[in-house]
Design a protein around this ligand. Structure first.
Ligand code: NAP
Ligand code: ZN
Length: 375
């Protein structure tokens, strides 16, 4: 088996790990820019802990707290300009995938002069500012990936900056910050993690190491799923501490998987559901995952059995039932949307990254079966 494995991010996990291991931040700079969403980092204790760690290390900081969900290119340039103006030498991302991804783009753009037309070329000759990541959702795994996924209005989709230069240097996993995450976001982000682990196994770049990480991530998801499915209301937050902890580890491992393998056709199809229909990233993947497994099964039933084994469901239909409980009622889609979304999906790199490559017709059929069709 020929493969490359690289995971340059140092991970600290556990309650209070930021303050306990603050020296790891100091090792990467003396003045930090904290990058957050609009409000959650101020409420869940993560920003306060980072500030405590910086004060302990005698470090200076500024805060950029304007990152929206599905961050834009404009927001990334704005944050980078703020970083330059304040002469910061490291970036601390606090939040879900959106602040983490925006922070990675800012770290690149603060250090290099890159025109917008060249942003996704992969050609970034200089250094980037060091990035420290503090996830407060359990889903994207962005704390351990080399991707920054931005809303790209010129292409009417989401596009990735992908370079090993934006791997965070350090990631701090403290599930206490996720204690107030509402059920809907908890479930959607967990679906993203599951999708990363499953797609990692479906990728042409899957290896013995990425599969080991993926299977453990799937097993952790399966352990948490019954509690997630029983959440009484979308805003419910009171999941057990054990579930919060397991979801954080599930997402971390799945992030390590896609750092090696990339994602596949599921993410390719999901991007349009997010861009055009405002469906959360993780939910978009969750809606499509079972149909994609059914498609792969026709070609490679053993691969699908390997994926379902740690989930402890007997077949893809049982997997679909399991996901349906979590997803609730599904969004509608028109035939025109299916045609245009399938064309877009075919233009992504993720399709060629899939061990069983779908055609445009296959993709149309998967959209059709995954959502409610609005004639
Ligand atoms: P998100 O967009 O970062 O956050 C969703 C919402 O959750 C925001 O309203 C946020 O509020 C809130 N929130 C965050 N942490 C919270 C907490 N602890 N308690 C309460 N509310 C909290 O969602 P996400 O699913 O984590 O990230 C999605 C993004 O990640 C997408 O853009 C996707 O494309 C990207 N992604 C990246 C990778 C990668 O490898 N780089 C992989 C998969 C997905 P605030 O805005 O106030 O913070
Ligand atoms: Zn994802």
């Amino acid at each position: 088996m020929s493969y490359t494995y690289s995971m340059p991010t140092k991970v600290f996990s556990g309650k209070g790990c930021i303050v306990a291991h603050s020296a790891a931040i100091r090792a990467h700079g003396s003045k930090a820019m904290l990058v957050t969403g609009r409000s959650s980092a101020k409420k869940n204790g993560s920003q306060a802990d980072v500030i405590k760690a910086l004060e302990k290390e005698g470090m200076d900081y500024v805060v950029f707290d304007k990152v929206m969900s599905n961050p834009t290119i404009a927001c990334s340039y704005e944050g980078a300009a703020f970083a330059r103006k304040n002469k910061v030498d490291c970036i601390i991302a606090i939040g879900g995938g959106s602040p983490m991804d925006a922070a990675k783009a800012m770290a690149l753009l603060a250090a290099q002069d890159i025109e917008e037309k060249d942003l996704f070329t992969g050609n970034y000759p200089g250094d980037v500012l060091p990035i420290i990541a503090v996830p407060t959702t359990a889903g994207t795994g962005s704390e351990v990936t080399q991707y920054s996924i931005l809303t790209n209005d010129a292409a009417a989709t989401k596009t990735s900056i992908a370079t090993p230069k934006i791997f965070p240097k350090v990631a701090y996993i403290d599930p206490r910050y996720m204690a107030g995450l509402p059920a809907t976001t908890t479930i959607n982000t967990a679906m993203d993690a599951l999708s990363h682990a499953v797609e990692g196994m479906l990728s042409v770049r899957a290896s013995v190491i990425s599969n080991a990480l993926a299977k453990e991530s799937i097993r952790l998801f399966a352990q948490c799923a019954p509690e997630l499915a029983e959440a009484p209301a979308p805003q419910w937050t009171k999941f057990s501490e054990a579930t919060r902890e397991q979801l954080a580890q599930c997402a971390l491992l799945a992030g390590m998987v896609i750092a090696q393998t990339g994602t596949t056709a599921v993410h390719a199809m999901g991007y349009s559901l997010t861009y055009f229909k405002d469906i959360d990233h993780g939910r978009a993947n969750g809606l499509l995952l079972a149909e994609y497994l059914k498609f792969v099964q026709q070609d490679d039933p053993q691969l699908v059995n390997d994926i379902l084994a740690p989930m402890q469901v007997k077949d893809v239909d049982a997997f679909q039932t399991f996901l349906d409980r979590l997803l609730g009622s599904k969004e509608t889609i028109t035939r025109e949307e299916i045609l245009s979304f399938s064309q877009k999906a075919m233009h992504t790199k993720n399709i060629a990254n899939s061990r069983v490559e779908p055609t445009q017709e296959d993709i149309k059929a998967m959209y059709l079966a995954s959502l409610q069709v609005n004639a």
